[in-house]
Design a protein around this ligand. Structure first.
Ligand code: CA
Length: 129
């Protein structure tokens, strides 16, 4: 693959097994990966680290993924950061709510493999060699 990945991706996900899976996939592709296990920590890391992309779960402790997404889009310093939602919630209204709040992509857990997610990340922040 003649694509290069040199950015930082923040994974906000409370289930450690998913963080481990996606960390592995993203690091193999060349990204630096940082993680948060709840929404409040995730939002703090977005403001502090300014990641190139956020992979965001919706059902999270402290702040939900919707709340995090709303904060990202309302803040001048973070509003242009691409956000991919990764959730078990696949109903049309859940997807539409996230897209209305400014999510770039919405992926349903279980229906999408890690390589599907990588493909979306590639579309958003991948660079040609
Ligand atoms: Ca969750």
């Amino acid at each position: 693959m003649d694509r290069i990945y040199d950015g930082t991706v923040l994974i906000i996900e409370d289930e450690q097994v998913f963080r481990l899976i996606y960390r592995g996939v993203l690091e193999n592709a060349g990204f630096e990966v940082i993680e948060a296990g709840d929404g409040a920590t995730g939002w703090a890391m977005i403001k502090e680290k300014k990641p190139d992309l956020v992979l965001l779960d919706l059902i999270l402790p402290e702040l939900s993924g919707y709340d995090v997404l709303r904060k990202v889009r309302e803040d001048e310093q973070t509003k242009n950061i691409p956000v991919i939602i990764f959730s078990v919630m696949g109903a049309d209204k859940d997807v539409q709510k996230a897209l209305d709040l400014g999510a770039n992509f919405y992926k349903i857990k279980g229906a999408n493999s890690p390589s599907d997610i990588l493909e979306q990340i590639d579309q958003l922040i991948g660079k040609s060699k």
